[in-house]
Ligand binder design. Structure first.
Ligand code: PLP
Length: 351
């Protein structure tokens, strides 16, 4: 828990580790702080921001949705305007997806907090695909609940939802009346304070989490973030060499953990993903929702080196060639190699 606190950069508040996945972390965040009929504000710009909105609606919350083109991030001006207009403070929480995994878009959470000005709403942030791989500053950004999952930056199997909870969110817990039981923060805080757990803890994963944090801190969090920035830039150079573009519409939005690659007209990204899996045993991500078929996604987070990324790029090129797409074998790999050569390779050899 102390390690999670350091990774999230928490100055105060509580860490809660639930046997669940990121989706359970979302549910825990809303059910422990909100009541039926409460209004929350959220922008929809990808499948994961969409799913959190859908979950809120299914819990009987009123969601004020700001529809945003996929490929863009949290629309700060529109959020600021919505909060300014909410003079009665009907909006109880602002939901933000820090890294939209469906489109490979990073949002500016510090900017979002500034856009909230002195509005009292809670700031709930989904950091499932950013925390542990991209800079995250819960205290500095004024985040009330940060949600992470074990299977991304923490490099573990799926099975833990990892949350940082601010004192303000803890205070909201006693007023919140959305039903919860398994995810009730109160049971978790009471039992953890006594050195226990409200049910069987996921001991193996919790032990793994301690080891993951040790690995992140041995490398150094800043070095981990720099490595992900370098991995991501190499991928983007390959994408450019293929004559393609990221789905994220501008460089300030580029994710360091996943790149959604827009495929040429007449090509289907899902074909590439299926071929890579069936012929070469490599897992890329399909396009989801609005971008289904229009993109394929390259994940580049966790215990990953430059050279490992090169093999993924090589596989993507082989699939493109196999599918008859216009690609010169080696073009993207060469662009990434040129960028990675002479780089630092800070990943620790597995003990
Ligand atoms: N949020 C984001 C940004 C994600 O990328 C994911 C999963 O990929 C989730 C939430 C859902 O997490 P899980 O699949 O662990 O339930």
């Amino acid at each position: 828990m102390a390690g999670v606190r350091r990774v999230l950069r928490m100055a105060e508040g509580e860490v809660i580790i639930l046997p669940s996945t990121g989706t359970g972390g979302w549910e825990a965040a809303i059910t422990n702080t909100l009541s039926p009929g409460d209004t929350v504000l959220a922008a929809r710009f990808g499948m994961f921001s969409h799913r959190w909105i859908d979950m809120c609606q299914r819990h009987g919350l009123t969601v004020q949705v700001i529809e945003t083109p996929w490929g863009q991030g949290a629309p700060l001006a529109a959020i600021a305007a919505a909060l300014r207009a909410d003079t009665g403070h009907r909006i109880k929480a602002v939901l933000a997806t820090h890294n939209e995994t469906a489109t490979g878009v990073r949002s500016d959470i510090a900017g979002l907090r500034a856009a909230m000005a002195d509005h009292p709403a809670l700031l709930l942030v989904d950091g499932v695909s950013s925390i542990g791989s991209m800079p995250f500053d819960m205290a500095g950004w004024g985040v009330d609940i940060a949600v992470a999952g074990s299977q991304k930056g923490f490099m573990l199997p799926a099975g833990l939802a990892i949350l940082g909870v601010s004192p303000k969110a803890i205070a909201a817990m006693d007023r919140a009346t959305l039903p919860r039981c398994f995810f009730d923060f109160r049971d978790m805080l009471r039992t953890c304070a006594a050195g226990s757990y409200p049910y069987t803890p996921a001991v193996g994963l919790i032990a793994g989490l301690a080891r993951s944090i040790e690995m992140l801190e041995d490398e150094g969090l800043d070095a981990v973030y720099a490595r992900h920035a370098r991995l991501a830039e190499g991928v983007r150079r390959a994408v450019a060499a293929w004559g393609m573009t990221p789905c994220a519409v501008s460089p300030d939005l580029y994710s360091d953990t996943v790149t959604a690659v827009v495929v040429p007209a007449g090509c289907n990204g899902t074909d590439l993903v299926q071929l890579a899996a069936s012929r070469y045993g490599v897992a890329f991500g399909v396009g989801l929702g609005e971008v289904a078929g229009k993109v394929f996604r390259i994940g580049h987070l966790g215990m990953l080196t430059d050279v490992m990324v090169l093999s993924g790029l090589a596989c993507a090129e082989m699939c493109m060639a196999d599918l008859g797409w216009q690609v010169r074998l080696g073009s993207g790999v060469a662009a990434a190699q040129a960028f990675y050569r002479g780089g630092t390779h800070a990943v620790q050899a597995a003990a």
